[in-house]
Design a protein around this ligand. Structure first.
Ligand code: GTP
Length: 296
């Protein structure tokens, strides 16, 4: 069994979403997070015989930052790209722009151990297939690509060739997600992400590694959201760090998170934060389930 994460990158309009839809076979928008790993936005999961491909978004790489969560995670995005197992760069037939070059430059900055494949999309526009060959050769020379696949995301042609190339390059490992995973993201998820982000910024390197935020209650009252959230840590010492001198750290995190949430949600937010200790929660399946960290 092989499994791993794949990131599709490319400038706007090159066909990334179309490609993802062609690969995954349906429109997906899945977000999940697991402890002990860099959080990615999971866009879709493809199960093949003997391989599971998890497509993840790395928003920092394309300059499109419209979705709130993308914006939010932008800072971690550059780092996130270093964690994926395979990167797919999408270019468009007959059109190589400055923006493409910019994306390419970022790819060149990646860990050389990460394979990067090239997809040449929109080949359905090319009437004379032979004319493709010189273009493919030219583009393939831009970087030390692990593979090159010409395809049409729109017509869904040659998409399987890409899946095969990707599957071959994943590391050996068990399935990361169940076959029928479906997770949505909602405002509660947004709250936990924002609180986590503010914790990271406020505590810097002091931040306990095993830390998660669970939203215990989310109530909508007119134009106000009332949210109770718990920051779970594993040891008393970690709790002290999160709370800070006289509760200063937790207070600061809470007020920064509230302001950001109010901006993002366009509503008043009343946010109550607690910090609690549960030993070894990150190893405890029951706790993981409770915190919504298992993909089911
Ligand atoms: N002819 C043709 N058009 C395509 C193909 N793939 C995508 N397109 C078109 O290209 C346009 C952009 O496609 P998207 O999938 O939205 O591109 P994207 O890279 O996700 O764009 P952003 O979301 O802006 O980053 C759309 O009009 C698609 O229909 C293809 O294989 N052939």
């Amino acid at each position: 069994m092989r499994s791993g994460m794949v990131s599709i990158v490319g400038r706007p309009n090159v066909g990334k979403s179309s490609l993802l839809n062609a690969l995954v076979g349906r429109k997906v928008s899945i977000v999940s997070h697991k402890p002990q790993t860099t959080r990615h936005q999971i866009q879709g999961v493809v199960n093949l015989p003997g391989a599971q491909l998890v497509f993840v978004d790395t928003p920092g790489l394309h300059r499109q930052q419209t979705r709130q969560l993308n914006r939010l995670m932008n800072e971690t995005a550059a780092a996130a790209l270093h964690d994926v197992d395979v990167v797919v760069l999408v270019l468009e037939c007959g059109r190589l722009t400055e923006e493409d070059q910019a994306v390419l430059q970022r790819i060149k900055g990646l860990n050389p151990a990460t394979p990067v494949g090239l997809v040449l999309n929109k080949i359905d526009r090319v009437k004379d297939r032979e004319a493709l060959l010189p273009e493919l050769q030219k583009l393939a020379a831009l970087h030390d690509f692990a593979f090159v696949v010409p395809l049409s995301a729109l017509k869904r042609s040659n998409v399987n060739a890409l899946l095969e190339e990707l599957a071959k390059r994943l590391p050996e490992g068990p399935q990361l997600y169940p076959d029928d995973m479906q997770v949505g993201y909602d405002d509660a998820f947004l709250v936990s992400e924002i609180v986590r982000e503010k914790l990271t910024r406020t505590l810097h390197q002091e931040l306990p590694y095993s830390l998660t935020v669970s939203v215990e209650q989310y109530e909508r009252e007119g134009r106000m959201d009332r949210v109770d959230a718990v920051i779970w840590v594993e040891r008393e010492g970690q709790k002290k760090i999160v709370i800070g001198e006289g509760g200063a750290a937790l207070k600061l995190v809470g007020s920064k998170a509230r302001m950001e949430l109010e901006r993002l949600l366009g509503r008043k937010v009343f946010l109550k934060l607690w910090c609690r200790v549960r030993e070894n929660w990150s190893d405890d399946l029951k706790s993981l389930k409770q915190f919504g960290l298992t993909p089911e």
